[in-house]
Design a protein around this ligand. Structure first.
Ligand code: UDP
Length: 459
């Protein structure tokens, strides 16, 4: 620490207010705090009231800004374009006011705004106040390559060619591409948001990606030619990876309340015997998709732990919860990291959201990918064909992932000919993830370099 400084360097962290964005940014914040940086984490009021700020490590202060909606329901119902326009206006004003407020507090002036790349206006706010700006990408580098090529006009959308060849990536079939690159109609405005992540990024002082360098080496190498990206992942609680830092089993600021029964239930199961199923915080499966999944889980004859958010429960087949008792446990939310780290888990049936994918990679759990939208298909492609630690379940001609396909995939991952190879690869990626965040690893070095720059120290 530079003794000349009157206060520790201070980062203001601006996440997009959804679970999949809050989680990695909290974890990144904890790592910075551990290295001596003061952190203020800024979220809309409702995020604070619907979760518990006390969950986050004591070293992180939480403040509120406005996105103009301040309610999860209003946000979910909003037209994405209108939401982003409103958030930009309200967020710019409220974040500027927050920076002023923090400047007036003793020893707490902000030095750097770390903004979620979903909120590119964060950079303009930082620059208008004379501060460093750091972009934070919450998706895989490989997915960044796709969106960056759209941003630069090098990949025309909607993509219709059978195969897409992009630098740093394996050849991608249409079904491997992020969904919005193929179909913009269903969710207008979302591709603009995703491609808009690169707006002004060349003026950012730092560009962070929640990934591990070696995991996506070619994509990272290619992105580095255009901008100085730095991988800092996996941004998952240190207790699972980095033995120097033993705190916090969870991220903190959970928007859903975990059901404590899971861990007691898992305790009674034998090693590698349970299928864990979760589609994250946003996906809304159709009723018939839930039915296929329910049938598949029953047919496997294995124990399963299935997260069905309360808003989705009505889509479960009638009496399924009763029928499942004994073999299955259905909960509305769980502490996913604790579950994935448990010995009893044999495979993870996942939508392949980037956090879930990285968590499973880092904890060495083989996956069955059932992508729902967005970048999930691309993540599933990598899980199956590049990292080779799982398989992807494909939809039938009617676009539905049927129960037979799901059973095939679960059996393939848990006991098929390639199951041992996948488990071996899973162990390899787990070690790689640990190595990256432990002292001197690729992600740790990047974080340290950022901290040193803020502290005015040359490495
Ligand atoms: N998660 C959790 N409990 C659950 C389901 C999910 O804690 O029951 C967490 C999970 O660990 C991950 C995040 O919610 O960090 C979901 O992010 P992801 O990118 O996987 O998917 P999204 O919700 O953005 O679609």
């Amino acid at each position: 620490m530079d003794q000349k400084r009157e206060h520790k360097p201070h980062c203001l962290i601006l996440p997009y207010p959804s679970q999949g964005h809050i989680n990695p940014l909290i974890q990144f914040s904890k790592r910075l705090a551990h290295k001596g940086i003061t952190i203020t984490f800024a979220v809309p009021q409702d995020v604070l009231t619907s979760s518990s700020a006390a969950d986050i490590s004591a070293s992180i202060a939480v403040e509120t800004i406005s996105d103009g909606y301040n309610s999860a329901a209003a946000r979910a119902d909003a037209d994405p374009r209108e939401y982003l326009v409103t958030f930009k206006k309200e967020g710019t004003e409220s974040t500027s006011r927050l920076i002023e407020k923090l400047r007036e507090g003793r020893g707490r002036a902000v030095d750097c705004v770390v903004y979620d790349a979903f909120l590119p206006w964060g950079l303009a706010v930082a620059k208008s106040k004379g501060l460093f700006g750091a972009a934070f990408f919450t998706q895989a580098s490989s997915v960044n390559v796709v969106y960056y090529n759209v941003f630069k006009g090098l990949l025309k959308v909607p993509v219709t060619e059978r195969e897409t060849v992009l630098p740093g990536l394996p050849s991608l079939a249409v079904s491997d591409l992020p969904s919005f690159v193929v179909d913009q109609e269903k969710y207008p405005g979302v591709l603009e948001l995703l491609v808009g992540q690169f707006d002004g990024v060349e003026d950012s002082d730092f560009v962070f990606v929640n990934s591990v360098y070696e995991l996506e080496e070619k994509a990272n190498e290619w992105m580095k030619k255009s901008m100085s990206i730095q991988t800092i992942g996996p941004a998952i609680p240190s207790i699972y990876l980095d033995k120097r830092i033993q705190h916090d089993k969870n991220y903190g600021l959970s928007l859903f309340k975990p059901d404590d029964i899971c861990m007691r239930w898992l305790q009674q199961r034998s090693p590698k015997s349970v299928i864990y199923v979760s589609f994250g915080s946003i996906a809304k499966l159709e009723k018939h998709e839930m039915e296929e999944l329910a049938t598949a889980l029953k047919l496997t004859g294995k124990h399963f732990l299935w997260v069905v958010r309360s808003s989705e429960v009505s889509k479960l087949p009638e009496n399924f919860t009763d029928e499942a008792s004994g073999k299955g446990l259905i909960v509305s939310w769980c502490s996913q990291l604790e579950v994935l780290a448990h010995d009893a888990i044999g495979c993870f049936v996942t939508h392949c959201g980037w956090n879930s994918t990285l968590e499973a990679l880092s904890l060495g759990v083989p996956m069955v990918g059932v992508p729902w939208w967005s970048d999930q298909a691309t993540n599933a492609k990598f899980v199956m064909d590049v990292w080779k630690m799982g398989v992807r379940a494909y939809p039938d001609d009617g676009g539905v992932v049927g129960h037979e396909e799901l059973v095939r995939c679960v059996n393939c991952v848990m006991e098929g000919e390639r199951a041992e190879e996948m488990r071996e690869n899973a162990r390899k990626w787990k070690e790689l993830a640990k190595g990256a965040v432990n002292e001197g690893g690729s992600s740790d070095r990047n974080i340290q370099q950022f901290v040193s720059t803020l502290m005015g120290v040359t490495l």
